[in-house]
Each structure stands twice: as structure tokens, then as C-alpha cells.
Design a protein around this ligand. Sequence first.
Ligand code: NAD
Ligand code: UDP
Length: 311
Amino acid sequence: MKKILITGGAGFVGSHLCERLLNEGNEVICLDNYFTGAKSNVIKLLDNPYFEMVRHDITESYYAEVDEIYNLACPASPVHYQHNPIKTIKTSVMGAINTLGLAKRVGAKVLQASTSEVYGDPAVHPQPESYWGHVNPIGIRSCYDEGKRCAETLFMDYHIQNNVAIKIIRIFNTYGPHMNPSDGRVVSNFIVQALKGEDITIFGDGMQTRSFQYVDDLVEGMVRMMGSDPSFLGPVNLGNPHEFTMLELAQEVISLTNSKSKIIHMPLPQDDPKQRQPDISLAKEKLNGWEPKIELREGLGKTITYFESLL
Ligand code: NAD
Ligand code: UDP
């Protein structure tokens, strides 16, 4: 039995990871300040004596004897990370320093949840890990993008300077049950709007693309990455390479929910990436043939069922 710390464990992805690692017979500490996460995401785990919740802000140091750390604490939706940009960058940078400091002190292996946002509005398509990105350092997305880039730098430097065992994954747009219905991300927005019969808000002309990964596929990749060969540090892309326009996504959600909602267009936010698709050849090679199994239609169906029960 391993002792595993998950920062941001009460969030969307973190709650699925807590459940998976508990089911595999591990002891899990879920650390969260509940900025975007919620106790309700992990409530069914509370009966398990090997599960522990800690209310803590990762910008302050934390100490626990653990074998592995998954560092997920950080708001992920543009609406939430732009709400208090200084806090967002502090969470990424000071959170990384505190997590790496803990890993160094107790000899734990630590995995950083980085993001496809490190590629910015990419000029190379699809994006391989070798691409250094096209990021505005002073725009409205910079607190998140540059915070995550700096965290990657810190992870590499703690490895090189202090020999900390690190892993870096770059997560592409992920969706599924436990997304916060008001966090403003496109999949949750469209589903909630469709179920309520409200207008579906497409930003811009809707021709911008994203590649959507169902959360179970991501969690499988995260666990495989943590258990991968110690010499493989990443960064490695984890995402579903099937790319859709936001218009296609809206039409799919309307069809799956049988909604009468109509599509309206709103202004495109500043620095909104025009396209995004992961090159997952490295993940396939290094993570025992990992690739996403759940396609958009099936994953949307499961997510719609979740939001129906919530609303
Ligand atoms: P989320 O907002 O649901 O989860 C983040 C969690 O971190 C929340 O529970 C929140 O309360 C917690 N948190 C925020 N600031 C904190 C702080 N200072 N101290 C302690 N806890 C704090 O988002 P998510 O989608 O689950 O994302 C999890 C991680 O994966 C994030 O680091 C995010 O950047 C990364 N990621 C997610 C996606 C995606 O599409 N879901 C894509 C790329 C990267
Ligand atoms: N988007 C949209 N309508 C919404 C929310 C988002 O058209 O109600 C668009 C947004 O402009 C972006 C894409 O959907 O082009 C994905 O947005 P999201 O916030 O989910 O993630 P990110 O931009 O970080 O990939």
C-alpha cells in the first residue's frame, strides 16, 4: 500500500484520481482549498478509512510522509483562473516549490499536472512535446500559461539540482462528471445550457478547434506515467487527438440532449487559441501503448447523465 498525496484532489480530475488510487488499495490524502473543487466530488470516498481530506492552500508549505504526490492544485477554467490572476500564478509557482520541497524532504516521486496551454496559440499543429510554444507573457491567459511553464522549469531544476524523482504531463482539454457546472469551460457550459433550454454561447465564429479527452482516459495515463520507467520524466502529452470545432461540439450536444436551444455567437476572448490537437506518439511509446479509448459521443453521453442528475 502506497501513501499518495493529491493536491487539488477535490477538483474535477483530482476526485476521479482519488477514487482510482483508493480502489487500487492505496492510502490517499486529498489536499484542497475548495476554490473550484467541492467536498461533494469526494463525498462517497469519505467512508473509506484510507481516505483523508485536508483543507489547505498549497501556496503555504505542507508536510506529510508520502511515497507519491500528484500536483493538481490550480484553477483550470479561464473564468476561474482569470478571477484572481496573481493568486493563480502564486498557486502554480509557490505550489510547485512547496510540493517539490516536500518531495525532496520525504523522498517522494512527484507528478506535475501541466497543460497544453504551455503551447499557447500554437503555430505548429498538432503539438509535439518538442514544440516550445507561442505564448503571450502579458495577456489575460498568461497567469495560467506562464505559471504552468514556470512550474515545469521548477520540476526540471529540482530534478537536476536535487535529484527529485519527477514526472510532467501536459493535459489537453478534458471533460466528464464532476466538472463544476459554473466554471465556464466549453463542455460544461454547452451541456448545462442545452439541458436548461438556454442559448448555446459560441465565442467567435465557432471554427476554433479543441480535442476533447474523457476523464477516465486521462486518469489511466496519469497512473501509467507515475509508474513509468524512472528515466522517463516527460513532459508527455495526454489528450485525445480527435479534433472538433466548437460549432461541431455545440451541434453534437444539442443532438444528444434533444435540446431546443439555439446557437448564439458572442465575442471571442483575447488570446483564445485557434487550434489544439495533441501529438500522442510519445505517450503511446513510453506508457505501454496508452491511447484514449472513449470517443466524444460516448463521453458526452456520460457527462450529460451526470449534469442531468445535478440539475
Ligand atoms: P479544477 O478547478 O476542478 O481542480 C483544481 C483543484 O485545485 C480544485 O479542487 C481547487 O479547489 C484546487 N485548488 C486551486 N487552488 C488551490 C490552492 N491554492 N491550494 C489548494 N488547492 C487549490 O480543475 P481540473 O480540471 O480538475 O484540473 C486539475 C489540474 O489539471 C489543474 O492543475 C489543471 O491546470 C490541470 N489541467 C486540466 C485540464 C482540463 O481540461 N481539465 C487541462 C489541462 C491541465
Ligand atoms: N467557448 C465557447 N463558448 C463557451 C465557452 C468556451 O465557444 O461558452 C470556446 C472558447 O472560446 C474556446 C473553447 O470554447 O475557444 C474552449 O474553451 P475552454 O474555456 O473550455 O478551454 P480552453 O480555451 O482553455 O481550451
